[in-house]
Design a protein around this ligand. Sequence first.
Ligand code: URP
Ligand code: ZN
Ligand code: ZN
Ligand code: ZN
Length: 483
Amino acid sequence: MSQSVLIRGGTVVNADCERRADVLCVDGLIAAVGENLTAQAPAGCQVVEAGGQYVLPGGIDPHTHMNFPFMGTRTVDDFYSGTSAALAGGTTSIIDFVIPDPQQPLMDAYQTWRGWAESAAADYGFHVAITWWDESVHRDMGTLVQQEGVNSFKHFMAYKNAIMCDDETLVNSFRRALELGAMPTVHAENGELVYLLQQEVLKMGITGPEGHPLSRPPMVEGEAANRAIAIADVLGVPIYIVHVSCQESADAIARARARGQRVYGEVLAGHLVIDDSVYRHPDFNVAAAHVMSPPFRAKPHQDALWRGLQSGQLHTTATDHCTFCAAQKAAGQGNFAKIPNGCGGVEERMAVIWDAGVNTGRLTPSEFVAITSANTAKLFNLYPRKGLIAVGADADLVVWDPAGSKTLSAKTHHSKNDFNVFEGRTVKGIASHTVSRGQLVWVDGDLRTVPGAGRYIKRPAFGPQFSASALRAQVQAPTPVER
Ligand code: URP
Ligand code: ZN
Ligand code: ZN
Ligand code: ZN
């Protein structure tokens, strides 16, 4: 039987324009966008009255860690609870990470994560981390791109003695990614400096969470961002920097872009609105709950991140949703370096950015769509299937009530975690309805997600940035002198 939803009377917002239109979804796809579609709705069509509300492409969070085994423990949210929380906040797709242990075959790790993700309630894809190098890694990158629809690889420049990638691996992997038409991405922090500073801060007798930001100052991020960008420039490959948290790395990206380099930056909702005072909270549990890397920064860095998004020098927004509860964070009592790194936010991202971005005039609704959905879809080659409201696109939509408000809290969120980094923040502008694969999964506070309803989305290689980069390399190719 055909399943259909008609969203009636709203203002449809895409990244390029907004207009009053109904949206008809049939069998998981957008079947029509236009005025007065009521007559076209099939019998039994569910109707959402969206008068006074916006209709946006569902959010895409390009950076989450569900069911992630990390720092001796595993995240509280699995793929079902994490994607359910996402849907409650208007995010209809995530790109999570397969993270092989050093020496673990990539394909083994990939199959393991695919198995874990079968419970997802929303669509998902994977970046695959390159944590070591040999010929099998070179080969498996090819298999992942050509057969499995992976078009991006992640490199952790931090987490020494764990998943950190040295320069040799960065260079080999970036070169291979270029050959395959896949986007290299980096967590930019100098892992050697972090390691050294952690020992030094501990030696000073600073063992609590306030030591965490001291061991990861902004220049540690700036150095790694500059290095990764320089390597990408020499090799002629585009590069995407995840969780840009400070002026130093935002500047590195802006400088490279001014030179004509294809560099893209991602910003986390948390880094836009939370500052580093949280680490001096007298309650260990509260301070430790904010330990993530890169850490929350002093306020001026937030302004730099907003300016980057406003000017188009930074491109996407994410959460790095990676939840650990108080009992797990307690592993770092007496040594901040042992606190599992990570915070939540997959449910709150859209509302926090709307409230702090659109309600303050920093962003237009269309610019909001660009940085919460369309730009990610374009960079990771999901566009126009995702990130756009148009006939034939996936029916992943959010009806956004600009007048609705709520106070964010661990008491009411849908993550399984016991802490919310946005606790007590009242936001205006919330998802009233979410449609995922053509199904109404969030209806005025009622969450109707189904485990396994999400699908793995294959992402083809050679997105538009790659054809242009290849052409540029050809045009600029050096030639020998004929003598
Ligand atoms: O602290 C964080 N961000 N935890 C997750 C792993 C990562 O660095 O992205
Ligand atoms: Zn990271
Ligand atoms: Zn992460
Ligand atoms: Zn309603």
